[in-house]
Design a protein around this ligand. Structure first.
Ligand code: GLN
Length: 303
């Protein structure tokens, strides 16, 4: 498959969407990012890498971090993790509070904010140095020791993170989280603030294609668990747009409001794409379009 040529064709086809949408501005530090950027990188299990345009520009991974946190949580807690967070699609926005109140503090899934905040709390309980361990794990996955938190972004989100603070308070009220609210929120914001490039994300997510045993920085997951983690990405990775992503792209994946999207084709490849302009659901406009065209052109999807 000539992925390089396919990416060039895709880019020409998505150019009309280049000025559609806008970058996340509810996090002031992200509002400053130049919205007119695009990068992509596909990596096959054979190790072939196809970087395209700004594949090496780092950006805020935001909710993509929730996949890394879940992988750590599952490795530490196994199936018992699901006692505190569900695995059903929410059909609501990533930062919605509605179901959380009705369902008495058990978030629908680990990829909406409420669920990821619960996973952050679990990691804080299980690990002496959760913040250090999270970085160690992501560095091992991406093969790059310089991957780091961006404290300006994390603190900027903390200053305006009213909704997430409300979610954390509701979780605490219902006894779902154990640690101090401020500590949990700051860890969550730091995870979201990690900066990686498309090439680094494609590298990291190659581990989720399930072609070799998952064992990074001491965190191990069985093939069966990875398969199930992909199932949760498929059904919940794009919040109230998960059905649309399944329909158009047909791969498990995860997005973030930094404009990144990563998708996994089990036993074949991982692909990361980034463009900061988002649609109303908080997913990258050009990123969604690029992946739709990729799986259409290659006829490669899980369906
Ligand atoms: N840090 C962001 C938030 O909590 C992550 C959201 C996202 O990427 N969808 O709002």
């Amino acid at each position: 498959m000539d992925y390089r040529k396919i990416m060039e064709d895709i880019y020409n086809e998505i150019l009309p969407f280049a000025d559609k949408g806008k970058q996340a501005d509810y996090i002031p530090a992200l509002a400053k990012v130049d919205p007119d950027q695009f990068g992509m990188c596909l990596k096959t299990i054979a190790g072939d890498e196809y970087p395209f345009m700004q594949a090496d520009t780092r950006f805020s991974i935001q909710s993509i971090a929730k996949v890394f946190a879940l992988a750590m949580g599952l490795s530490l807690k196994g199936e018992s993790l699901w006692g505190k967070v569900g695995k059903e699609p929410s059909g609501t926005a990533f930062n919605s509070l509605v179901q959380l109140e009705i369902e008495k503090g058990k978030p629908r899934n680990p990829f909406i904010n409420a669920g990821a905040i619960v996973v952050a709390d679990i990691l804080l309980t299980e690990l002496d140095d959760a913040e250090g361990e999270f970085l160690r794990f992501v560095r091992a996955l991406s093969g790059n020791d310089s991957v780091d938190y961006n404290m300006e972004v994390a603190l900027s989100e903390r200053q305006t993170g009213y909704l997430n603070a409300a979610i954390a308070n509701l979780l605490k009220y219902h006894g779902t989280i154990e640690n101090d609210i401020e500590q949990v929120l700051m860890f969550y914001f730091k995870m979201c603030s990690v900066e990686m490039s498309c090439r680094e994300l494609a590298n990291a997510f190659l581990a989720f294609t399930n072609h070799v045993p998952f064992d990074f920085a001491g965190y191990r997951l069985s093939q069966s668990r990875i398969k199930r983690l992909n199932a949760v990405m498929q059904t919940c990775g794009f919040y109230d747009e998960a059905g649309e992503f399944s329909y158009l792209v047909g791969l498990p994946g995860k997005s973030g409001v930094g404009g990144g999207i990563v998708a996994v084709y089990p036993m074949r490849y991982s692909v990361a794409v980034w463009s900061p302009r988002l649609n109303s659901r908080g997913n990258s406009v050009m990123g969604m379009k690029a992946l739709e065209l990729l799986t259409t052109a290659t006829q490669e999807s899980i369906f």
